[in-house]
Design a protein around this ligand. Structure first.
Ligand SMILES: Cc1cc2nc3c(=O)[nH]c(=O)nc-3n(C[C@H](O)[C@H](O)[C@H](O)COP(=O)(O)O)c2cc1C
Length: 420
């Protein structure tokens, strides 16, 4: 019986444990988590989602306050188009997060950064270019292009000195998306170093419609592997979404995958950036507590725990401070929905907005609990404390469980002594 440990993820000359911990936005995939993956010989991700919020929290910068002060005059306006990101600040925030992370890196693995195209920031191209080039400047090992087709993203950094040496990968949810990406980028003569194939059971935003349940990761992976073979393309493929045990991973490796990207099992580790009380919500969730809905202003369906406090909340948009989802015209679907409800309920203090959520504010406050479909199985991955709560795991424990387990087994942690 083979274990994930019996395979290696090869990227260029480097050979790694074939486990990649996926990016989880707004610092859920924290530097600590990413660094554990790299220390153990795999790949970890930090994320640049709401990077200024992250650096304010982690490195005591004051980016958000400064932006809010600058645009305070606009708070009561429905028109958010004037709110722009200072590209210098964006570069500085990215540099801080990446340098601090890479400066602590140990072991033979790698640390990548997850860059979502849907963070359009009222200037999609300019901001994405700065985000990617600053991360490369600051020494990140690689960039994973996420949440979007990224047809022009490689071109934005083609003149960067590290364009051909850093690892660059793309997340796709279909063969068609991959074909489109490769076609659009053929002029650059630079293939991605890896392709994450994310299926319908993943956490975060989905690359599927509300008919996600009709798709199956193994089928999509098989299709992509077969096409790559006929095209004689040798790009590592890493399936993602619902890979819960080492045995699940081995099944994909035996199909020809080069590694797996996993996330959900790490949401209940000590290193994960979620607050500890929210990790307990992930542990406790049952299957029918998890839904895919369309409240994300990005337009992509998103999976979350139904009791997330941000669902239905009608908070005033905070674009002056955040504004990460403002599109190229300064619009966000939540702002539109919020204004509609305000108009429909004149004089009401607390309104509800059901069809969209202020994702920036709620992700910042950990009030949207996005999760993978198999979150309901987390309760079977740990032991209970005397007070009924679940014992948090170490990232090393979960990583090694993926690496060494067989027979679909999940290793339980040693119960920790609770101080009297
Ligand atoms: C809490 C959470 C947040 C996530 N946020 C992001 C994100 O910001 N960007 C992204 O590309 N993928 C995101 N994902 C998807 C993961 O990176 C990963 O591909 C996927 O969840 C793997 O499936 P699994 O969770 O079943 O292991 C998120 C997943 C979770 C569980």
């Amino acid at each position: 019986m083979r274990r994930l440990e019996d395979f290696r993820l090869k990227m260029g000359r480097q050979e790694m444990v074939p486990i990649m911990i996926g990016g989880m936005g707004v610092d859920i995939s924290s530097a600590d988590l990413a660094l554990e993956a790299s220390r153990l010989g795999g790949v970890g991700h930090i994320s640049d989602a709401m990077i200024k919020t992250v650096t304010d929290r982690r490195y005591k910068t004051k980016f958000v306050k400064a932006k809010q002060a600058l645009y305070k005059y606009n708070m009561d306006s429905e028109d958010k188009s004037a709110i722009k990101f200072d590209l210098g600040d964006l570069a500085e925030a990215t540099r801080l997060h990446v340098e601090h992370t890479m400066g602590r890196k140990r072991g033979s693995g790698m640390v990548f950064i997850n860059c979502m195209e849907k963070l359009t920031m009222n200037a999609p191209k300019e901001t994405l270019k700065i985000r990617m080039s600053s991360a490369l400047d600051a020494g990140i090992d690689g960039i994973t292009l996420a949440a979007g087709l990224h047809l022009g993203s490689f071109a934005l950094i083609e003149d960067h000195p590290r364009f051909r040496d850093a690892k660059l990968g793309i997340i796709v949810s279909s063969l068609r998306a991959l074909q489109l990406f490769l076609k659009k980028n053929s002029r650059l003569n630079r293939l991605p170093d890896y392709v994450v194939v994310e299926g319908p059971l993943a956490g975060g935003h989905l690359g599927f419609g509300m008919d996600w349940a009709q798709y199956d990761l193994a089928t999509i992976v098989a299709e992509i592997l077969a096409w790559m073979k006929t095209e004689q393309l040798d790009i590592p493929v890493l399936p993602a979404g619902g890979i819960f045990t080492g045995s699940d991973a081995v099944r994909f490796m035996e199909m020809g995958a080069s590694g797996v990207q996993v996330a959900t099992r790490f949401t209940v580790t000590k290193e994960c950036g979620l607050p500890d009380d929210i990790k307990q919500e992930y542990f406790k969730a049952n299957e029918d507590d998890i839904e895919v809905n369309e409240i994300s202003p990005t337009g992509y369906p998103m999976r979350m725990i139904k009791s997330s406090p941000g669902i239905g909340d009608g908070i005033r948009p905070n674009c002056e401070a955040y504004g990460y989802l403002l599109d190229a015209n300064g619009k966000c679907a939540y702002v539109t929905s919020y204004n509609r409800e305000v108009l429909a309920h004149p004089g009401e203090k607390r309104i509800k907005v059901m069809d969209k959520t202020c994702l920036c504010t709620h992700m910042r406050n950990f009030d949207i609990w996005t999760c993978g479909q198999l979150t309901w199985r987390l309760k079977d991955t740990s032991v209970r404390n005397a007070d009924g709560s679940f014992q948090l795991l170490s990232a090393e424990h979960v990583f090694k469980d993926y690496q060494f387990s067989t027979d679909n087994r999940v290793a339980m942690p040693e119960p920790e002594a609770v101080p009297a």
